[in-house]
Write a new protein. Structure first.
Ligand code: NAD
Length: 442
């Protein structure tokens, strides 16, 4: 992994999003509104956070853009793929996240963002039935057509660089199969053999993006780039990859709150998290095979923060077969709430001499309002990483992700602890700005 200083951006930055739904239209609308001075990009670290540079008397706190050469919001050009033909304006209206007063001033620009035909397979998201779908011979043809879309987008818009962001529906769970996903050669052979069971459409998007010299970000919990074959492709093409699953609401709270329990050496018997959600994401996740993908992602957060093997007295005797605390996550589709997800966490902890206590957290959030700034940060930071010569899994982006990628073939452990992730993020920014990484407490 290179630690070189990032080169300054030249020209425009293309942002191609897979899925023109609630999250991406909210992301686009926010960027366009900010450009016009109609809104503030609240929640975006790249736009607001300050990092300390230098130590002692020399220290100063600077915005990211004053440390590293980030692309400007004015330089972003959007494009998209979706299964449904609605343009970004129609889709933003349908999503009912933003009010008409916030969408109407952007009508012309949003209407101009028309989705290209999707690389789609209904077996991966049974609840979707749009017809804006590519006609493909096999998975390899899917890749070829997507590559052509990217090249055409570059030509038509004249952008200098492109980042591809998956914020489309969660696909059904694809477990890692070393025989197929273990090497690039095997993955390519499976694509050519049209192995529909092991090659999800999202893998075709990722393959196409990396081959066309675009960083690829996986915002859903899909397996896609979390396989050795894709790490190999990212290395070969020298492109950054990041994933999986935007860390927005309940898991953000979990990864910030669990360290309180762990640091204070309190015990945990169980953590029950449930949600109600009524948007199209909720509809897709109502399908058990799609929910399984999300469940695996959401469950992974606690395991590396409160580790039963490290503290058997505290985390080794819950009621999950008496080997560790009981951790359960549920998402319930409930249309009246639309994008306004409500999450409840019940945490059964114990203290001195084992006496039990409870903590309840009730987060009434807005899913896409929380996800939109993450889209912006992930896009700008992966573009930056690419200009700094970084490629492969970008662990410094774990801060933004529920189920951060790590090379399990090398025995790496994912970092889920929010504040450790923040140190990784700050140090990467320092390094890409030509400063030294450090661990001094701010
Ligand atoms: N909002 C959050 O807080 C949050 C957090 C983490 C992850 N996510 C994930 O982000 C994704 C988007 O969420 P959303 O609320 O915008 O969902 P959405 O249903 O509003 O939008 C997803 C869009 O993707 C399209 N799509 C599905 N498969 C596609 C394919 N193969 N190619 C192109 N388009 C495709 C669908 O037609 C739909 O329009 C979901 O996977 C969700 O799980 C969201």
């Amino acid at each position: 992994m290179s630690t070189q200083k990032a080169e300054a951006p030249k020209g425009k930055l293309g942002v191609l999003v897979v899925g023109l739904g609630a999250v991406t239209t909210t992301f686009m609308a926010g960027v366009l509104a900010t450009r016009k001075g109609l809104a503030k990009p609240v929640g975006s670290m790249t736009q607001y956070d300050k990092i300390r540079i230098g130590k002692g008397e020399d220290k100063k706190y600077l915005h990211y853009k004053d440390i590293v050469p980030l692309a400007e919001l004015d330089d972003i050009v959007f494009g998209a793929w979706d299964v449904y033909p609605a343009n970004a304006f129609e889709s933003a209206v349908n999503a009912e996240v933003l009010k008409a007063k916030d969408i109407l001033p952007l009508k012309e620009e949003l209407e101009a963002i028309k989705p290209m035909k999707a690389a789609f397979d209904k077996n991966y998201a049974k609840r979707l039935d749009g017809d804006n779908v590519k006609d493909v011979k096999d998975r390899w043809d899917m890749v070829e057509q997507l590559r052509e879309d990217i090249r055409n987008f570059k030509k038509e818009t004249g952008v200098d660089r492109v980042v591809v962001l998956w914020a489309a529906s969660t696909e059904v769970y694809v477990p890692v199969d070393e025989k197929i996903h273990g090497s690039l050669e095997a993955l390519e052979a499976a694509m050519k053999a049209d192995d529909k069971e092991h090659i999800a459409p999202s893998m075709c998007y990722a393959y196409a993006a990396l081959s066309e010299g675009c960083p690829f970000i996986m915002g859903a919990p899909n397996t896609t780039v979390d396989i050795p074959a894709m790490w190999e492709l990212a290395e070969k093409t020298k492109m950054p990859i990041a994933g999986k699953d935007f860390k927005t609401g309940q898991t953000l709270v979990k990864s910030g709150f669990a360290p309180i329990i762990g640091t204070r050496c309190l015990g945990l018997h169980g953590w029950f998290s449930t949600n109600i959600l009524g948007n199209r994401d909720g509809l897709v996740l109502d399908e058990p095979a799609n929910f399984r993908t999300k469940e695996v992602s959401k469950l992974s957060t606690l395991e590396s923060i409160l580790v039963p093997e490290d503290q058997p007295d505290l985390y080794g005797h819950g009621n999950d077969e008496d080997t560790q605390y009981y951790h359960k996550v549920r998402i319930n589709y409930y249309p009246p709430r639309n994008d306004n997800k409500e999450g409840w966490d019940n945490i059964d902890i114990f203290g001195w001499m084992g006496y039990p206590m409870q903590i309840k957290i009730n987060f009434l959030c807005r899913d896409s309002i929380l996800a939109a700034p993450l889209c912006l940060d992930l896009v700008l930071l992966s573009d930056l990483a690419q200009r700094a010569g970084r490629y492969g899994t970008q662990r410094f982006l774990s801060f933004f992700l529920k189920s951060p990628m790590h090379d399990y073939t090398k025995g790496e452990v994912p970092v889920n602890h929010l504040f450790q992730q923040y140190v990784m993020l700050k140090n990467a920014i320092r390094e890409m700005g030509g400063y030294e990484a450090d661990e001094e407490i701010d």
